[in-house]
Design a protein. Structure first.
Length: 609
């Protein structure tokens, strides 16, 4: 971290002091730091700043840099990256600055947490605060390091797999900033250590207890009462880091480390990763509506709703409809920015479970959206689909549909060949994560409130992580972790929930269950579908060591005769190349920022950058 960032961190502390204190130079600043332990709100601000640096996104952004999507925004940062502008001095995927600053805040907080008077009049409450806040800070530090090694871990010219510099103490003006990168394996060990330590201090979830008998014995021995325990560990703390969250982060780290890109020198095997994933899932019930949580308007309308699918979420967003404004089709006053690719659409199987490339699937090229995996219509708006009671035509012909809300004809606004800028470039529009019921209708000048809950970690992601690691370790049908589920069992649950193979028993899944390699392909495809548009695809492609440079494809749909009805037999489907992606093989590992390598000679750059 640069010295100016450290100065920024220290300056941030002073923001909690009075205005007149800000005008006193070093002497007054030093006094504030020395008296930090007397002001609990002052030091608590460090932890809040760590939370403010969490790297989770709440809108679909990075998928347009992958084979899953393109965008109609010519200057989009991720589009430019994907089309040849990705450099070590221009890295939109970088986590370096934000996450390292987050680590600094967490480390500063950990330095002082034991000395602060959190609850001077109650010994039990004081200890409960120390435990909870220490656990949160350790968990946050683990999260930051996980995202750092995911973005910046890689092989240097010396053949060693490196992570990032490991810092477990706060930096100050006397620190040596010229720190070398720790090995990837050592970074993983530190993340595991932090997660384990945090899990011992935190509850699985924050909730008000109804009986004093349920208070942990360690706090009973200190005289804790129900009201005090609930004040520290109760409902008011919801959405903060919990033991379950840090266990999930440990599982994510383990899967990353056991993946093809890192496993040779990470020190983590697939068997170990599967067991860590199983530990998170051992008491979890599979949510039968977990793939469509974003459609439950009743639950999304409340800040206190519990959605079983979501382990950890961002704060409830009551009034924003930016996701809708950005991605609704133009005929519904949206900008249609994120356009699913034909590549992704082709990844959805038929309802009978077979891939569309399989002769047994029954796929009809002349009627390509019929009898498909129901998740396709949940996630993607394709030609002829109805959205908000409007027929969306992405082909080159006009729609005759009329919106009851807008009293306008859809015309050619949504067409792939529209001359304006706000139209699809692939022949598809985004549907997943959007509130179709967003308060009536959006207009060109205003947007109705559309409450959202954005997941940071979903249980489906963890089930898929377990399936991936378990299959790699023991094969499709072996439960080597004692979870009571094999990789096959997990994929069967996910596909049945989606409505696949309901009528025929999913023979393709049974076929894949006889081959570890086929099951690997199926698991990866299921992960691609289940987590699409949640900013996961870019990282998955890289850790699997798959090519990043797959050309993004789309479809142009024309009428044979404009006077004919727009039914499949009167349409032609022409698959088109939308965007080439000149990624290079070395870019499977991201760069260390150019300025950091230039400034600190102890930092080794990843090979190729």
């Amino acid at each position: 971290m640069k010295k100016k960032n450290i100065i920024y961190c220290l300056t941030a502390l002073l923001a909690f002091s009075s205005c007149e204190d800000m005008f006193e130079p070093a002497k007054e600043n030093t006094r504030q730091l020395e008296t930090l332990t007397q002001e609990s709100n002052y030091i608590y601000g460090l932890l809040i700043n760590a939370y403010n640096h969490l790297p989770y996104k709440t809108t679909t952004t990075t998928d347009v840099a992958t084979d899953d999507a393109a965008t109609n925004v010519s200057g989009d940062t991720y589009k430019r990256m994907a089309t040849g502008e990705w450099r070590s001095d221009n890295d939109p995927m970088s986590q370096w600055n934000a996450c390292k600053e987050g680590v600094q805040y967490a480390n500063l907080f950990l330095r002082y947490v034991n000395d602060v008077k959190w609850a001077p009049s109650a010994v039990s409450k004081q200890q409960m605060y120390i435990d909870r806040l220490t656990g949160e800070a350790l968990g946050l530090r683990a999260i930051f390091y996980y995202h750092l090694i995911q973005a910046h871990g890689g092989y240097a010219e010396d053949g060693v797999l490196y992570g990032v510099p490991l810092l477990t103490e706060p930096e100050d003006m006397s620190s040596n900033y010229n720190q070398p990168r720790a090995t990837f394996a050592d970074c993983v060990k530190q993340i595991f250590t932090d997660c384990d330590a945090a899990a011992k201090l935190l509850p699985a979830q924050y909730k008000d207890l109804a009986d004093e008998e349920d208070i942990p014995q360690k706090y009973k021995d200190l005289g804790a009462q129900l009201s005090g325990y609930n004040y520290v560990f109760g409902n008011m703390a919801r959405n903060l880091v919990t033991a379950k969250v840090v266990q999930a982060v440990k599982a994510q780290t383990a899967l990353l480390a056991a993946s093809p890109a890192f496993r040779a020198q990470s020190g983590v095997t697939s068997a170990e990763a599967a067991k860590i994933c199983a530990e998170v899932l051992k008491d979890v019930e599979f949510d039968p509506e977990g793939n469509i949580w974003y459609k439950n308007g009743e639950k999304l309308a409340s800040s206190t709703s519990v959605i079983p699918e979501i382990l950890w979420r961002a704060d409830w967003d009551k009034g924003s409809s930016s996701q809708e404004v950005d991605n609704f089709p133009p005929s519904l006053w949206g900008s249609g920015k994120v356009n699913p690719s034909q590549n992704l659409v082709d990844a959805f199987p038929m309802a009978n479970g077979y891939p569309i490339s399989d002769a047994r699937s029954g796929y009809d090229k002349q009627d390509p959206y019929a009898n498909r995996d129901p998740r396709l219509s949940d996630d993607v708006i394709y030609n002829g689909a109805t959205f908000k009671e409007v027929e969306i035509v992405t082909g080159t012909y006009a729609s005759s549909s009329e919106s009851a809300d807008h009293k306008i004809k859809a015309g050619n606004k949504d067409n792939i060949n529209n001359t304006g800028t706000q139209h699809t470039v692939t022949g598809y529009y985004l549907k997943k994560l959007l509130r179709e019921d967003a308060g009536g209708s959006l207009t060109s000048t205003s947007a109705a409130n559309a409450p959202h809950i954005y997941p940071r970690i979903r249980y489906t992601e963890l089930f898929l992580a377990y399936a991936e690691a378990a299959n790699d370790a023991w094969g499709p049908k072996v439960d080597g972790a004692g979870l009571g589920l094999s990789a096959y069992d997990v994929i069967k649950m996910i596909r049945q929930r989606a409505g696949i193979g309901v009528d025929n028993g999913d023979p393709y899944l049974e076929e894949c269950a006889g081959s570890q390699d086929k099951m690997t392909e199926l698991i990866r495809n299921e992960r691609r579908i289940e987590l699409c548009f949640e900013n996961k695809r870019f990282w998955d492609i890289r850790r699997w060591q798959l090519p990043l440079d797959e050309t993004v494809k789309g479809v142009q749909i024309d009428k044979i005769d404009e006077n004919l009805e727009a039914v499949p037999e009167n349409l032609t489907y022409t698959f088109i190349n939308v965007e080439t992606r000149p990624y290079e093989p070395y870019q499977n590992f991201g760069p260390i920022p150019y300025t950091e390598v230039r400034n600190w000679n102890a930092l080794k750059q990843n090979k190729g950058w």
